[in-house]
Write a protein that binds this ligand. Sequence first.
Ligand code: ATP
Length: 478
Amino acid sequence: MAYSHVRPLDVIPWIPKLSRLTQENPNLQHLNSLRSRKWLLLSPLILSTNASSFAALCSKGSMAEAPVKNLTLRDICDRKVPEHILKRAEEVGYVMCTDVQRQSLPVLLSGQDCVLHAQTGSGKTLAYLLLIFSAISFQRYAVQALIVVPTRELGMQVTKVARMLAANSGGSDNMHKACTVMALFDGGMLKRHKSWLKAEPPEIVVATIDSLSQMIERHVIKLEELRVLVVDEVDFLFNSSKQVYVLRKLLTSHSTIERRQTIFASASIPQHNRFIYDCIQHKWTKNDVVHVYLNPTEPMPSHLHHSFMICTKKKRLSILLYLLQKDAPRSGIIFVSEQSEKSKKAGNLPSATLVLDFLKASYGGDLEIILLEEDMNFNARATSFSEMRRRGFLLVATDMASRGFDLPQTTHIYNFDLPKTAVDYLHRAGRTARLPFSADRCSVTSLITPEERFVLQRFENELLFTCKEILISLETVA
Ligand SMILES: Nc1ncnc2c1ncn2[C@@H]1O[C@H](COP(=O)(O)OP(=O)(O)OP(=O)(O)O)[C@@H](O)[C@H]1O
């Protein structure tokens, strides 16, 4: 079901619309009864469509059968998003709306603040970028949209999509100024950015919190003209003790809710009702913020297949090799945990090194073996990232690769080490099954010890999925 759960507090701005609709149309009378309940289920998209189509949806009683399912991006964005941006989106293959785009774009384009809460790989990035292109002026030299991201790699991806859409924004007649998108990530380029920001401020900035805070402190970036603020992977940023202070300041002191539209996006917002309450209380968003919440009963894509294999720590490497040979992934990610201080002191090798060295010595397949972890320097990380985009890969990575990475050719995820939390599991799993209209079955396989079975079971209960055990005779594995 594609409805959003909204508390009475959040629903206040919608009530007049609801009562107008029910007066106009007797089919909707039963909705009145909902008002007396503690929870109200309603869809912002439905409320923004006309009364008769709303009635049709209600009488069918299911969004799955709704006629609006086949909307194109143009149906929703026409005359709101500049024509050349829409054309460009179509050229690169963004024609039909994904579910989250269908539900959120009417809300976003109406100017309301929004919490975008939908599965990994559902297309949240394009939804907020289309809003940005509708809200900024291409003729003004000022930072008008800011997208805050947790990692440089996610930032590079968002920048790439934004630049792709903005290509040709200057128009063939050269009459208009082209829209510029600045990537502001830590990594030694900040000097050049400083002059750029002063001389010719870009319309859109994509930034990590650290670099942004440096630019704000030095008064290099000016946010007076900010129209749209997007915080991507919002739960991650609010959870990080390093980032949360700057983020709060950005939301309340460096810009104000009256002048900007605020969008928070993530596939996981634990205690989302509490979060929305906080958004309003702390004035991170306006009071009528809309929570667009898709698939609450299915937080992960349905075409994802989950399995696990029980083995001892000693056997894990050879089991991993066995699985890689059996699965023959198009591309795959092997997630390992960061090494603990205790393990470092004991002189053990980190999982990342163990797996990398083992695969380099024994894999023998066609895929490129690549490492990506927090401790790598900027250049090494950038090289790994661009290599992954060029060919099939087996990426060995810590959880830094679990948020927002969009590598659609990834068909298999392996949890060499089990993630710490269900939210981490969800984001790791979300690095596959990312092609919105594909029916390919992708998979997540966890290698666990017998003692870890109950942890995985807890994730299954929390994320509402079932994990199947792979049973093989361990003797068949070298
Ligand atoms: N309308 C569309 N038509 C076709 N492909 C789309 C459309 N919208 C998005 N995509 C593609 O879907 C993939 C996932 O999109 P995106 O990265 O925005 O997901 P997300 O919701 O931000 O996921 P995550 O929560 O993991 O960051 C991308 O490869 C993107 O190009």
